[in-house]
Design a protein around this ligand. Structure first.
Ligand code: ADP
Length: 366
C-alpha cells in the first residue's frame, strides 16, 4: 500500500509516491502545463498505473498547503469544514493556496474513498511565542486583519531538525538548532527544544534573508516613498520586491552558481550580491545565537545550503567569538559535519526532503 504526496501549483502538479510501511520512494514526477487540476490528476493516474498503482486504492494523499494561518498547527485530515477553512485563508496566500485547494478538490474527485491530509508550510512555526510573531503595529491589524509573522518552509526546517537529531544522537526535544533553508527562497529558524521559536520569513515569504529574486527585510518606508517618487503602483512595487530584487537585482542573476562564477572573474556586481547575501545570513545567525539559550548545531539545507561550500565558508568563518569554529577541510564532499573538533557549536549540512517529510506526517496519522 502507498502514500501519495502532492504539491499542486497553478499550472503543474508535482507528485511522489511511497510505500506506506517503509516510505521507500516508488516514483515521482512533474506534470506541467495542465489546463486544470482534474486533467493533471488524470495524467498522474496513468503514470501511477505504469507502477501498477491504482490511485483509488492507495492509503492516503498528503497535500502541501502553503498557508495554514493560525488555525492549523499540525497535519490535518481534510473534510468539508477543513477545506472551507483553507479556502478562507486565501487572502493571506493568494498566490499559493488557490492551486493547493484545486489539487485537493481534484484528488477527492478522482479517488473519493482515499483520505486526504493537508500539511502546512506554516504549521511548524505555530509554536512561536507571541513576542516573536507579533509585529509592533496597532493591535487591530492583528485581531481584525491577521497581520502577524507566520513563517514558511516549516516542513523543511522540521525535517532537517529531525535529521540533525539522528546525526547528533540526541532527542529533538533536547536540541537547540539554527536551521538555514537557502535555495531560491531562503529562511532561517531558531529551534529551542525541538520547537520553532522564531523564523525569518513573516506574514508572507518576502521578509527576512536576502533571496534569489526577493528583497528580504528592507525599511518599510521605501514602499511609500517609491509610490510617491516614481510612477509605480503599489502592486508594481510589490512585484518588484518579490520578482526583481535580491540576488537578481544586485548581481544580475538569481542563480548562485552563475554569481559564484562571475565572482571568480572579478564581476563587481556579483561580488556585491554575494557579500550582501552572506551578510544577511551572518546577521540572522547572530540574532538567533542571542535568543537561544545555547546552540547545539547550525544546519545548512536547500540548493545553496547543500551544494555551495563557498557560501558556507563565507557564513561560518570568523565566528570563533560565538563558539563556532569552521573546518574548511571538511566543507566539500559528503561530510555532514563541517566544524573543527574544538567547536562548541556543530555545523551540519543536511539535504532537505519536504516530500518525504509530508509522507512521514501522513504515515504517522494513518
Ligand atoms: P528552490 O528554492 O526553488 O527549491 P533550490 O533549493 O533548488 O531552489 O535552490 C536553488 C539555488 O541553489 C540556486 O541559487 C542555485 O544556483 C543554487 N545551487 C544549486 N547547486 C549549487 C551549487 N553547486 N553551488 C552553488 N549554488 C548552487
Amino acid at each position: 500500500m502507498s502514500i501519495l504526496v502532492i504539491n499542486a501549483g497553478s499550472s503543474s502538479i508535482k507528485y511522489s509516491i511511497y510505500v506506506s510501511a517503509t516510505l521507500e520512494l516508488i516514483d515521482h514526477g512533474l506534470i506541467e502545463e495542465i489546463a486544470n487540476h482534474h486533467e493533471g490528476f488524470e495524467l498522474m493516474r496513468q503514470q501511477l498505473q505504469l507502477h501498477h498503482i491504482d490511485i483509488e486504492h492507495i492509503d492516503a494523499i498528503g497535500h502541501r498547503v502553503v498557508h495554514g494561518g493560525e488555525r492549523f498547527h499540525e497535519p490535518t485530515l481534510i473534510n468539508d469544514d477543513v477545506l472551507e477553512e483553507i479556502t478562507a485563508l486565501i487572502p493571506l496566500a493568494p498566490l499559493h493556496n488557490p492551486a493547493n485547494i484545486e489539487g485537493i478538490i481534484a484528488a477527492r474527485a478522482i479517488a473519493p474513498k482515499v483520505p486526504n491530509f493537508a500539511i502546512f508550510d506554516t504549521a511548524f512555526h505555530q509554536s512561536m511565542p507571541r513576542h516573536a510573531y507579533h509585529y509592533p503595529l496597532p493591535h487591530n491589524l492583528y485581531t481584525i486583519h491577521h497581520v502577524r509573522r507566520y513563517g514558511f518552509h516549516g516542513t523543511s526546517h522540521h525535517y532537517v531538525a529531525q535529521k540533525a537529531s539522528e546525526a547528533l544522537e540526541k532527542p529533538l526535544n533536547a536540541l537547540n538548532l539554527i536551521t538555514f533553508h537557502i535555495g531560491n527562497g531562503a529562511s532561517a529558524c531558531a529551534i529551542q527544544n525541538g520547537k520553532s521559536i522564531d523564523t525569518s520569513m513573516g506574514m508572507t515569504p518576502l521578509e527576512g534573508l536576502m533571496m534569489g529574486s526577493r528583497c528580504g527585510s528592507i525599511d518599510p518606508s521605501i514602499i511609500g516613498y517609491l509610490s510617491h517618487a516614481t510612477p509605480m503602483s503599489i502592486d508594481e512595487i510589490e512585484t518588484m520586491l518579490n520578482k526583481k530584487s535580491g540576488l537578481l537585482a544586485i548581481g544580475g542573476s538569481n542563480d548562485m552558481r552563475t554569481l559564484l562564477n562571475a565572482k571568480e572573474k572579478g564581476d563587481k556586481n556579483a561580488i556585491l550580491a554575494i557579500d550582501m547575501f552572506v551578510h544577511s545570513l551572518k546577521k540572522q545567525l547572530g540574532a538567533y545565537m542571542a535568543i537561544l539559550t545555547k546552540v547545539d548545531a547550525v544546519v545548512f539545507t536547500g540548493g545553496i545550503g547543500e551544494h555551495s561550500p563557498d557560501i558556507r565558508q563565507m557564513v561560518c568563518e570568523g565566528l570563533e567569538h560565538l563558539g563556532i569554529k569552521f573546518d574548511n577541510g571538511k566543507n566539500s564532499g559528503q561530510n555532514r559535519e563541517i566544524q573543527d573538533s574544538s567547536s562548541m557549536v556543530k555545523l551540519l549540512v543536511i539535504p532537505t526532503d519536504e516530500e518525504r517529510q509530508i509522507a512521514m506526517y501522513v504515515q504517522k496519522l494513518l
